[in-house]
Unconditional design. Structure first.
Length: 386
């Protein structure tokens, strides 16, 4: 567990789920830069409603919970894991549960925001969508401050703030982090929010060709079917009958949709830790799933809400990054969790880049692994619970 020093106290912060051997901190230099700035004498007063957007593991919300100024402190996040980390970090710091109002990116934002703090996300689309959703709550006196690492803030980032909020400038870089200062312009003519985005699946997508996909901002491959999923669709299990199928890390729901179309008796559970992703999957099913489809949608920590030994098939396209950090920790957790929820004889089917070497981890977790499909870049693997 690491400690973050702020003007309002030292905090013991962790990611979620907390693992004692996790080498990654729950904050970085961009969070520290913003917190130092807010403690300076010439910083905007933290009064009224203070909204914190994209706070990755709750470092900003937990630190500001110790500030006496805000009448209301609101966190807005797309991440279930980030939200649970915030809960745990607030409790560890001794703050009452209602000190911070926890909202998701799918919730209605506050009607008025006096200070808007934005942790710049990896996805420019998610930033665009969130600024569009929040700008009606801003007023001429609202202080808008963004923060991010230098490698996360590009000309396109600043352009979004300029187009949607108002005049924007950046700070000098400190420890490879930078601040963004934007002044709301009530007279600004703003473009319409382009999200969510809708497109049709290509003719070579098995079972789902021509069906509509709905993508909310920030969800992987917003305007096309990615090549990894395209390969995966060609190598999904068949003859499932009334099997229970878990689409683990469902994204926009294309893989689960393919199962629902090809296997009409199957029950499909779609789960993801992203609120944007699960909203996309639900809308994709509403637009394209056959009548009578048995589907359930869950925002959560992987298989946490799925009983042991209750699933026949798990389908998974695991992420190999956590924000800017490249790691296989998420895939390892997913594979272990998949084995727990599978019935004896059930299978996990995974697609991933060849270079990630998932076959090694699958053999360690399941004791077996076979290749069921491949192309020059991706591989589809199958592991069975013995």
């Amino acid at each position: 567990m690491n400690r973050l020093s702020t003007a309002w106290g030292d905090l013991a912060l962790t990611r979620f789920p907390d693992h004692p051997r996790d080498p990654l901190r729950a904050w970085d230099a961009a969070d520290e830069y913003l917190l130092r700035h807010l403690a300076e004498p010439d910083a905007p007063p933290l009064q009224g409603t203070v909204a914190v957007v994209g706070d990755r593991w709750g470092a900003l919300a937990t630190a500001l919970a110790g500030h006496p100024g805000p009448a209301e402190l609101v966190q807005i996040t797309d991440s279930y894991l980030g939200r649970e980390a915030t809960r745990a970090n607030l409790a560890r710091a001794g703050h009452p549960e209602d000190r911070v109002r926890l909202l998701t990116t799918q919730d209605t934002p506050p009607a008025r925001i006096d200070v808007l703090l934005v942790r710049v996300p990896k996805s420019l689309a998610l930033l665009e969508d969130q600024l569009h959703r929040l700008v009606p709550a801003l007023h001429a006196g609202t202080a808008v401050i963004g923060t991010g690492m230098v490698k996360e803030i590009h000309t396109s980032t600043l352009t979004l703030f300029e187009r949607i909020v108002g005049p924007t400038r950046t700070s000098l870089a400190v420890r490879k982090a930078r601040l963004i200062h934007s002044a709301p312009d009530p007279a600004l003519h703003r473009p319409a929010n382009p999200w969510p985005h809708r497109y049709e699946l290509p003719a070579d997508a098995p079972a789902v060709a021509g069906r509509a996909v709905v993508n909310h901002a920030g969800v992987f491959c917003a305007d096309r079917l990615d090549i990894g999923t395209r390969l995966f669709l060609k190598h999904l299990p068949t003859g499932l009958g009334a099997a229970r199928v878990l689409d683990l890390g469902c994204g926009n729901g294309v893989v689960g949709l393919a199962v629902a179309v090809a296997e009409p008796e199957a029950e499909v559970i779609l789960t993801d830790e992203s609120y944007q992703a699960v909203a996309s999957a639900e809308e994709t099913f509403r637009a394209s799933a056959p009548p009578g489809t048995k589907a359930r949608f869950v925002v959560g920590d992987g298989t946490a809400d799925v009983p042991d030994g209750s699933v026949d098939v798990v389908l998974n396209n695991p992420p190999f990054h956590s924000h800017q950090a490249l790691t296989d920790a998420t895939a390892r957790r997913m594979f272990t969790a998949a084995r727990r929820v599978l019935r004896g004889g059930g299978e996990l089917r995974v697609v991933g880049n060849r270079h990630l070497g998932y076959h090694v981890t699958l053999r360690r977790v399941f004791g077996n692994c076979e290749v069921v499909g491949s192309d020059p870049k991706f591989v589809v693997l199958r592991a069975v619970k013995r």
